[in-house]
Design a protein around this ligand. Structure first.
Ligand SMILES: [Zn+2]
Length: 91
């Protein structure tokens, strides 16, 4: 039931359930789950004290929807993309 949409999950976060869809729309509040500029879905997992005016947010890639458990990103693929991005930064 409703399994014919699996191919649409790439770049379409929030299609798995109303809860994540509401977070992604971000209309009623500022979500702590956000889509990064690299098209990777991140969740803010905490605050870090960097001794500046404002605490920094600690983000971590989200592999499974925290609401319904649907796999939204592949850990190996994300890791590969982050590693590739790191190599670009070194250049
Ligand atoms: Zn979901």
């Amino acid at each position: 039931m409703a399994s014919d949409t699996e191919d649409q999950q790439v770049g379409q976060f929030g299609t798995c359930c109303d809860e994540l869809n509401q977070v992604m729309s971000g209309e009623e509040f500022e979500p702590l789950i956000t889509l990064g500029g690299d098209d990777i879905l991140y969740m803010s997992v905490g605050l870090i004290d960097i001794e500046e005016d404002e605490p920094g947010m600690v983000d971590h890639p989200v592999f499974f929807c925290p609401f319904c458990g649907t796999k939204v990103q592949d850990p190996e693929e994300i890791r590969a993309r982050l590693d590739a991005a790191d190599e670009d930064d070194d250049a």
